[in-house]
Design a binder for this molecule. Structure first.
Ligand code: PBG
Length: 326
């Protein structure tokens, strides 16, 4: 009797065998959970464009962090959200040590010293223009923006952030921040740079959440065009030269090829940001009964892992941990 050369189906015969032979596994250690901090006390907002994600004032955020810690989350990425926007000429106020983000960081680190606290470093949440840098003649001025970003990153690091994560896509931003850290004796603050950050439509829900949509124009003069991946390699290479410790590709799902290319090319810890639009479209589909949430979320995160990400930043972190823990 003739039989197939190889019976691949042996490898898939039951769940235990499939688990034994899994080439990629998700673990709690590699997930980063993004959290949103608002000003005030005892405040909690729901934003309809991001189901199951909330913004909290610091007292309630501390409770949320205690909850996610129980699930096994060991790292968070903090975003400050404020409606008190600043004129560009006042931007250094964002770097005050008494700012709500800076105070938030130190309260979180006081209460949870072993939680890794990464903080997004960008101006778009602070500026009246909603742009990631400082405007001069309707154009985002690179070098002035780098100065402001370096000052902001330093203030977060001085407040106790373990990782500063510059996301403004300004040239020389990592070097500026590294210099500010070194000049102030902060030798162990990590820089996780949003190295290859694309001008993506998939940030839409986040901009509702973070109140950070640009008031005019778009971000195409600083974020990358979706058509390019060699350019992403140059961006990553530059960030490594400038002193980044962790490099990032963002978004994740639309750019799995870029993640995979970066993984092959650079001996660096590689993060992928599974962004708000990627999250919400799947969440809404699950909530409407179009997809099975459990398998859809698992498949989504495994695709990012398989592409080569070492660190996955995802709003699904709580969901996936509940599944892993079950
Ligand atoms: C700030 C920033 C953005 C995101 C992370 N940091 C928005 C943007 O560039 O407009 C997007 C995150 C997400 O969509 O989940 N520059």
């Amino acid at each position: 009797m003739k039989f197939p050369d190889t019976r691949m189906r042996r490898l898939r015969n039951n769940d235990s065998i499939r688990k034994l032979l899994a080439e990629n596994r998700l673990s709690t250690d590699e997930l980063v959970y993004p959290v949103f901090l608002i000003e005030g006390k005892n405040k909690k907002d729901i934003i309809s464009s991001m189901p199951d994600v909330e913004r909290f004032s610091i007292d309630l955020l501390l409770k949320e962090i205690a909850d996610v810690k129980k699930l096994g989350i060991k790292s968070i990425l903090l975003f400050g959200v404020t409606d008190k926007k600043l004129k560009d000429s006042d931007i250094s106020k964002s770097a005050s040590k008494d700012g709500f983000v800076q105070r938030g960081i130190s309260e979180i680190k006081n209460k949870f010293p072993d939680m890794v606290v990464a903080v997004d470093v960008c101006l778009c949440g602070y500026t009246e223009s909603g742009h990631c840098g400082i405007i001069k003649d309707e154009y985002v001025d690179n070098d002035k923006s780098v100065e402001a970003l370096s000052e902001l990153a330093l203030s977060y690091a001085l407040s106790g952030a373990d990782i500063v994560a510059p996301s403004a896509m300004m040239d020389g931003m990592v070097r500026g921040i590294r210099k500010a850290l070194e000049d102030n004796g902060l030798k162990n603050t990590l820089i996780m740079s949003y190295s290859a950050k694309y001008a993506s439509a998939f940030y839409g829900p986040f901009r509702d959440m973070a109140e950070s949509a640009p008031s005019f124009g778009d971000r195409k003069s600083y974020q990358m065009p979706p058509s390019n991946s060699r350019e992403a390699m140059r961006e990553i290479e530059l960030d490594i030269k400038e002193g980044a410790d962790i490099v990032m590709v963002k978004p994740a799902l639309m750019y799995l090829d870029v993640i995979s290319k970066a993984k092959e090319r650079f001996n660096m810890p590689l993060a992928a940001y599974n962004v708000s639009g990627e999250y919400s479209m799947i969440k809404f589909a699950c909530k409407n009964g179009l997809l099975d949430e459990r398998s859809a979320v698992m498949e989504t995160l495994l695709s990012i892992k398989r592409a080569g990400a070492d660190i996955i930043i995802t709003y699904f972190a709580k969901d996936i941990l509940r599944m892993i823990n079950e």
